[in-house]
Structures are given as C-alpha cells and as structure tokens.
Design a protein around this ligand. Structure first.
Ligand code: NAD
Ligand code: UGA
Length: 317
C-alpha cells in the first residue's frame, strides 16, 4: 500500500509512519517542520524514520496546493495528520489555525476529490469537538455544537467540510477523534511533558484550574493500532473515537509522573485557562466494532515508557 502522510514529522505521524515502514508500506511524508515547538525534535523524528526504512520525505506546507496534489498523485490512502494543535495557543496565534486546519483541510479534500478514482482519506479530528458536553462517555452520535476553543472549532469545521465532500462527491473519509495522546517522542506543549520537564529541572509545575480536571489519556501505541487499522480497512463510519475510556484526573497524572521520575513535585495553582474543558472520556464501542480497536496500555506503564525516553532525549539533544 502507498500512503501520503501529512504531519509526518509530528508526534503521531512519526509513530504511524514507523509502523507503516515496518510493515513494508510505501510512505510519502509531508511536513513544514513549523516552529510551534522545537523543530529539532521534528527533524530528529524524521532522521529516525529514515533509519527505519525507505521514506520519501518532503518539507512543504499544506497551503501549497499543487505540491500537495503532486504528492497524492498515486497513493492509495491519504493520512492527513498535519494541523496546528494545542488548545491554549490559539489565543496567541489564531491565524496559524486558519492556515493549517481550515485551508489545509480544504486543500486535502480538494486534492482527494480531483483524483480519479479518489483515494481514501483518513484524518485527525479531536476529542476537543465534544467541548462543553456534559454527558459522558462521549459518543460519535452525540451533538457537537459547543466547541470551547478556536482549535476545537477548526477541528469541528474540518468534520463538516469532510461531511459535505462525502455528500457532494461520494468520498470515503474517516475522521479519527484522538483523545490526549501521550508517549515517547511526544509533544513538549502538553501537560505530561511539561510536568516531567519541570520535575527534571527541579522547577515547580503549574496546575491550571482544577486538579480534578481529567483527560482520557491514550498511549501512542494504542492510537497507532487504531490509525493503521483505519488505513488498511474500508469502513462505513465517518467519525470514530480513539481514546482509552478512562479519564485521568490531573492529580493522578502528576502522582504517576512523580513515581516514574522518583521525585516529588512542587505544585503551583494557576488560573484556569480559557478554552480548557473539564473532562474527556471516549465511548469506544464504534471504534472496536469498526477497527477492532482496544487500548491496552495503562497509564503507569505508558508514563514509565515516556519518562525513560525523555531521560534519553535530554541526554542527546
Ligand atoms: P504535532 O504538532 O506533533 O504534529 C503535527 C505536524 O503537522 C507537525 O510536525 C507540524 O510541523 C505539521 N504541520 C502543521 N501545519 C502544517 C502545514 N500547514 N503544512 C505542513 N505541515 C504542517 O501534533 P500531533 O500530536 O502529532 O497531532 C497530529 C494530529 O492529531 C493533529 O491533527 C492534531 O490536531 C491531532 N490530535 C492530536 C492529539 C494529541 O493528543 N496529540 C489529540 C487530538 C487530535
Ligand atoms: C490535547 C492536545 O494538546 C490537543 O492537540 C488535542 O487535540 C487534545 O488533547 C484532544 O484530546 O483533542 P489538552 O487536553 O489541552 O489537549 O491536553 P494538555 O495540553 O495535555 O492539557 C491537559 C490538561 O492539563 C488541561 O486541563 C491543561 O490546562 C492542564 N495543564 C497543561 C496544566 O495544568 N499545566 C500545564 O502546564 C499544561
């Protein structure tokens, strides 16, 4: 199988491409290596992928429509993972979300629909689309019209764009709603990385708002299982949750990291951040039925693997 992976140098892209290369698939990767977090980490991921197999990697932006079109010319599946992520950063740089998540998504859909026959499209949506929903666990059939951040609004917009393209052009699109994914080679802007870094640096860590706020934290290998199943399998679904079905309070996340690092954290209570949701919690019935998706890695195990990797990363960066 030949797959175009956008966001190939990103956290999830790196892990999925590693698995695809190991399975013998042909991968064309695209990433703009943007500065949202240290591009050296993105370059290190690409270097590691090049050691893993014959990757065709291109530095480029989703905004370059003709380039994207050329890269998708002969692939079986487009796996669109590139985006401007992060819930809180949207207050600082809203236009990066417009460019990557709105224009970028439209470019991907146009590229796909202009191919004859169109390749399948699997792409990254987000648990954040459930926004202020009170009923848990979050199920794909729930109404999602209360996004609490610009990031969430752009991901929901992507779902609606894809929906209209399915209707207009009969495309096969599958949006995967990822729930707070963590693990080795992860994202420095996310809570688990920031808490670990603060402990290693012997700095206090900041807890925004309520320490009882929870996230359905999902280990990267479980997510890769779900994404690769979606790449390989044609499913009738339009949207599927990929989570862990166990919301983890921030307090428990900190304690788990403390145990893995072997240090006790100093905590500072900081104000709640605009855009944050109180909890996320995935209903996985549909993902299990469609993809055989069943997360296996428990938080303690996943955090221990992250902390081991992070120790190594600090020693080489
Ligand atoms: P990431 O930032 O590590 O990876 C995204 C990659 O896309 C980056 O390498 C970035 O350089 C690239 N990119 C961004 N805009 C681009 C553009 N205009 N052109 C080309 N490349 C561009 O993030 P991630 O955690 O790997 O997330 C992957 C996808 O999953 C994103 O769509 C994200 O919104 C979504 N998601 C992630 C999580 C999570 O917890 N990690 C949860 C829900 C959804
Ligand atoms: C994460 C990703 O960053 C998004 O890209 C993704 O789309 C989203 O998950 C998702 O699941 O859809 P978020 O839940 O905000 O978003 O994840 P973190 O950045 O790890 O934050 C989790 C919680 O920790 C939030 O309540 C946040 O306010 C809190 N936090 C974060 C702190 O208390 N301190 C920090 O230093 C950082």
């Amino acid at each position: 199988m030949k797959v175009l992976v956008t966001g190939c140098a990103g956290f999830i892209g790196y892990h999925v491409v590693r698995r695809l290369l190991a399975d013998g698939d042909a991968v064309v990767g695209l990433d703009h290596l943007g500065p949202y977090y240290d591009p050296a980490l993105k370059r290190a991921r690409v270097a590691d992928l090049r050691r893993a197999g014959p990757l065709e990697f291109h530095v480029g932006d989703l905004a370059d429509f003709e380039r994207l079109r050329a890269l998708a010319a002969d692939v079986d599946v487009v796996l669109h993972l590139a985006a401007q992520p992060g819930v809180r950063h949207a207050l600082l740089d809203p236009f990066s979300y417009e460019r990557s998540n709105l224009l970028g998504m439209l470019h991907v859909l146009e590229v796909v629909r202009r191919r004859i026959p169109p390749p399948r499209l699997v792409w990254a949506s987000s648990s954040s689309v459930y926004g202020g929903n009170a009923r848990t666990p979050f199920a794909e059939a729930d109404r999602v019209d209360d996004p609490l951040s610009l990031y969430a609004a752009t991901k929901r917009a992507g779902e609606l764009l894809a929906h209209s393209y399915r209707h207009l052009f009969g495309l096969e699109t599958l949006g995967l709603r990822f729930f707070t994914v963590y693990g080795p080679w992860g994202r420095p802007d996310m809570a688990y990385w920031r808490f670990t870094e603060a402990l290693f640096d012997d700095r206090p860590l900041e807890i925004y708002g309520d320490a009882a706020a929870s996230r359905d934290m999902t280990y990267i290998d479980d997510v890769v299982d779900g994404v690769v199943a979606a790449v390989r399998r044609s499913v009738p679904d339009e949207l599927l949750n990929l989570g862990n079905a166990e919301p983890i309070p921030l307090d428990r996340l900190v304690q788990t990291i403390e145990r893995a690092v072997g240090r006790v954290a100093r905590r500072i209570a900081a104000p709640p951040q605009p855009g944050d949701v109180a909890t996320t919690f995935a209903d996985l019935a549909r993902a299990e039925a469609a993809l055989g998706y069943r997360p296996r890695v428990r938080l303690e195990e996943g955090i221990a693997r992250f902390v081991d990797w992070y120790r190594w990363w600090r020693s080489v960066r």
